[in-house]
Design a protein around this ligand. Sequence first.
Ligand code: ADP
Ligand code: ZN
Length: 198
Amino acid sequence: MRIVLIGPPGAGKGTQARMLQQTFGIPQISTGDLLREAVREGTALGQQARAYMDAAGFLLDGFPRTIAQAEALAAELAQHQQRLDGVISLVVPRAELVERLSGRWVCRDCGAMYHERFSPPQRSGVCDRCQGVLYQRSDDSAATVNARLEVYERATAPLLSYYRAHALLRETDGSGKPEEVLRRITTALGVSQSLSPS
Ligand code: ADP
Ligand code: ZN
C-alpha cells in the first residue's frame, strides 16, 4: 500500500500513521526521517525516497508539500510501474485542532504522542512505551496555533486540488476517537483491517 497522509497540524497524522503501521506493517516515513537519512548518506532526497519505493509500501506523512514535489513523487513511482493507492486528507474542525495541539505532549526519545486529556500517559510527563521524558512543542501554544493553521491552509490548498484532479484525494473526517478515524481511513482506502498486511 502506498499512501500519503495530509492534514493540518493536530489532525492526527502522526497518531494515525503509527496505527496504520501497526495494523498493516507498512513503514511510516516522515519528511524529517527522509531528510535526516539523505543528509547522513549524502544522497538527494529523491534518491532516498526511491529506496522506500522498492520496498512493499509506504506511508508518507508531511511529504509532498507542494505540487512540484507531488509531481516528482508520481514520476518516481511511475518509473517503478507504481502509483499511489490514495491520499488521505484528514479534516478536523479548527477549534478541535487548537484543543488537540495545546494539550499535545511528545516523547523526546521515541516520538510517541500523548494528549493531556484525550490520551494521557500513565505517569505524568513520562512515556508509557520507553520511559522517555515528555515535552510540549513551543509552537503548539494556543497563541501560535491559529496562525500556523492559516499558513497551512493557504499552502496546502493547491496540493489538495492537484490530488482531487487526479482522483486520489480521500477527504476523511478526522474527528472522534483515533480508532474511529482509523476505520474511516481504511474504508476510504478500500482495505479492511482484518486483511493481512500487504
Ligand atoms: P499531527 O501529526 O497531525 O500534527 P498528532 O497525531 O500529533 O497530529 O495529534 C495531535 C494531538 O492530538 C496529540 O496530542 C494526539 O494525542 C491528539 N490526538 C490525535 N488523534 C486524536 C483524536 N482522534 N482525538 C483526540 N485527540 C487526538
Ligand atoms: Zn517514548
